[in-house]
Design a protein around this ligand. Structure first.
Ligand code: CP
Length: 313
């Protein structure tokens, strides 16, 4: 892989290779020394123009476990506040010899623009409403780990689809891997072009619960809502929120997922968030392994080729 900008750029074989590589790397987290030397001497910059907890820390942990040198850049507190452009920031990093840039930006397409200015590999850590490819990959990994497969599964993605880069990426990833996807939520939170998404659209969450393998809840993104998309939070939670009564209707093997951060009591009740069927903490754990796999496949080169042994540092 040259860059990781969008799930659309991957095919089923490439996704399987990333997930298989992540599976091999996951056990590094439980070794006494949680480090392998495959990216020793490589420099990775985490360039975050938008707030993040999971993605930023997960990339940093992944980079450090692979022994890369890590630079953390947050737009807050940098020369961005003096008006420096993304291009000039990118050229500054390029001049310092970074090998890869992990970028989160509020503008859709910013990671692709970055590839025009730097030789470094670019990994999209979330751009606007557009894409969040490593989130989709960690979600696919988590589903495959729990279910043993992706093909043929029934997955509902529920809630604020219109504002969600997670939904856009995950739908593409699930469809590439042969899962069936239903988007469910209020009509006001469905994208205008949803007909072109190769999914089923429903406005009846209760009617589908008994047939689901996975119920993936999206965060209600209040910060992206300039107008009122539903009557009240209470009304949203009543009709679209996952609570214990709804969880009990789902099959025993089914799982509940959420990309985080959660609005407990809105799209997911607190007791469901902490229930055994909720794999939200597993998603976070798997995110480190999946990001390690992406970095390893993109930057490892011959030293870290697919067949080479991953030994402790
Ligand atoms: N899921 C996710 O992208 O979370 P953060 O915004 O905390 O990185």
């Amino acid at each position: 892989m040259d860059d990781l900008l969008s799930i659309e750029d991957l095919d089923a074989g490439m996704i399987t290779r990333i997930l298989d590589t992540a599976e091999g790397l996951k056990d590094i987290a439980v070794r006494p020394i949680k480090k392998v030397p495959v990216l020793r001497g490589r420099t990775v910059c985490n360039l975050f123009y938008e707030d993040s907890t999971r993605t930023r820390i997960s990339f940093e942990v992944a980079e450090k476990r692979l022994s890369a040198d890590v630079i953390n850049f947050s737009a807050k507190g940098s020369s961005v506040s003096k008006g420096e452009s993304l291009k000039d920031t990118a050229l500054t990093l390029q001049a310092m010899g970074v090998d890869a840039i992990v970028i989160r930006h509020s503008s859709s397409g910013a990671p692709r623009r970055l590839t025009e200015w730097v030789d470094a590999k670019v990994l999209n850590a979330g751009d606007g409403w557009h894409q969040h490819p490593t989130q989709a990959l960690l979600d696919l990994f988590t589903i495959r780990e729990r279910m043993g497969r992706l093909e043929g599964l029934n997955v509902a993605i529920c809630g604020d689809v219109v504002h969600s880069r997670v939904a856009r990426s995950l739908v593409q990833g699930l469809r590439i891997m042969g899962a069936e996807v239903t988007l469910v939520g209020p009509p006001t939170l469905m994208p205008a072009q949803v007909d072109s998404w190769d999914v089923t659209v429903s406005h009846d969450l209760d009617g589908m619960l008994a047939d689901l393998d996975v119920c993936y809840l999206l965060r209600v993104q209040n910060e992206r809502m300039a107008e009122q998309f539903f009557p009240s939070v209470r009304e949203y939670a009543r009709i679209w929120g996952m609570d214990i009564d709804r969880l009990e209707v789902m099959p025993d093997h089914a799982i509940v997922m959420h990309p985080g951060p959660m609005n407990r009591g809105v799209e997911i009740s607190a007791d469901v968030a902490d229930a055994e069927q909720a794999v939200i903490v597993d998603q976070v754990t798997n995110g480190v392994a999946v990001r390690m796999a992406c970095l390893y496949l993109m930057l490892g080169g011959e030293q870290a080729g697919a067949d080479s042994e991953v030994t402790p540092a």
